[in-house]
Design a protein around this ligand. Structure first.
Ligand code: ASP
Length: 340
């Protein structure tokens, strides 16, 4: 009818990847022994919404991308996620994306998605959520996390806010979030940055965004791959993390330099997880310099949980703005990917 606009339907796309949130245990009191990746994302979301929270008036879309324990996360699953996110982002009715994920590597997937999508204008917010107890547990935490994540996506003030992890009533930025407890329900921290939101009475409240948005600054010579490069069906660059500790002779680096994978791939990047502010033993420093002379790209991080690493020009290892070793590794992979 002329003059009357059809009511816009808000869509939220739920992608399932597995994790404890989709796990079952034979004993509702056992929160440690269970099998992840058993319940489909649509069933999880429907059952969470049926338990309350008053989240209505949106059209859910469900896609099962994987059903794994996230310790087994693969680049091919990240590629699939990107492909489906791009597909749905073309639908103007899509309000946001919710990804259910295991807690073990949720921060890696979140950070990868952040780097891959941050240049895309008006891209709907992506929220990853999880649980520490299986769905069958007496006091399962997954349903509340799912409702919180959905409430955030349905709140227009959070539209196109990047990539976040929602767990235990808190909203963490993808650049800052890390799992710091293996058992607690509130397993994540944004330290040394600030968390970007929290839930009050079921509604997401914005706090200060405590993360510098310059992880990929060009001044550091760091570049980003295009979506086409991310989706190209070829092996991604091989990057390893090398820790510093007592009596580190650099032998691991020498072993890595000598190894060729069955596919012919050689190590092309190394991230140092140094002690304290990123320090490395003399021997490890020398071996890394040797690796650099052979064309291996080096980036620096610290194995301290809440580190802000400062660049040391004389070692020629990049400052990487306090990223954790596993996130610095993802950034370096992306950087190498952009070089073709
Ligand atoms: N191992 C599980 C996973 O990451 C742990 C969890 O989800 O809490 O898939």
């Amino acid at each position: 009818m002329q003059g009357l606009k059809a009511k816009k339907v808000k869509k939220v796309v739920f992608f399932g990847t597995g994790g404890t949130i989709s796990a079952l245990s034979s004993d509702p009191n056992d929160v440690l022994n269970y099998q992840p990746g058993l319940i489909a994302v649509g069933d999880l979301a429907q059952s969470a919404m049926a338990q309350g929270g008053g989240l209505e008036g949106f059209l859910p879309i469900y896609e099962q991308i994987a059903q794994i324990d996230s310790k087994d996360m693969k680049f091919s699953i990240w590629q699939k996620l990107i492909e489906r996110l791009l597909f749905w982002s073309k639908d103007p009715d899509v309000q946001g994306f919710l990804i259910t994920h295991g807690t073990d590597t949720i921060e890696e997937t979140a950070f990868f998605l952040y780097l891959a999508t941050r240049e895309l204008k008006q891209f709907p917010t992506i929220v990853l959520t999880c649980s520490m107890r299986p769905a069958s547990a007496k006091d399962a935490d997954g349903p509340q996390n799912l409702r919180d994540a959905t409430a955030l996506l349905l709140d227009p003030s959070w539209f196109s806010s990047g990539v976040m992890v929602v767990c235990a009533g808190r909203v963490h930025h993808a650049g800052a979030v890390q799992k710091v407890y293996s058992e607690r329900l509130d397993a994540f921290s944004s330290l040394p940055y600030k968390q970007c939101g929290e839930f009050v009475n079921g509604s997401p409240v914005k706090l200060e965004l405590g993360v510098e948005e310059n992880y990929f600054s060009n001044e550091l010579g760091i570049s980003r791959p295009s979506i086409e490069q991310i989706l190209e069906p070829k092996e991604w660059p091989w990057v390893e993390v090398v820790q510093n500790y007592a009596q580190n002779t650099g032998a691991v680096v020498r072993a890595l330099l000598g190894y060729v994978q069955p596919s012919g791939l050689r190590v092309s990047g190394l991230v140092s997880a140094g002690t304290g502010i990123g320090t490395l033993s003399e021997e490890l420093t020398q071996t890394l310099k040797f690796a650099k002379e052979r064309g291996v790209l080096l980036w620096q991080s610290s194995k301290c949980a809440f580190a802000i690493v400062k660049a040391k020009e004389e070692t020629d290892i990049f400052d990487f703005q306090g990223l954790t070793p596993s996130k610095a590794r993802i950034a370096l992979i992306m950087h190498l990917l952009s070089k073709g």
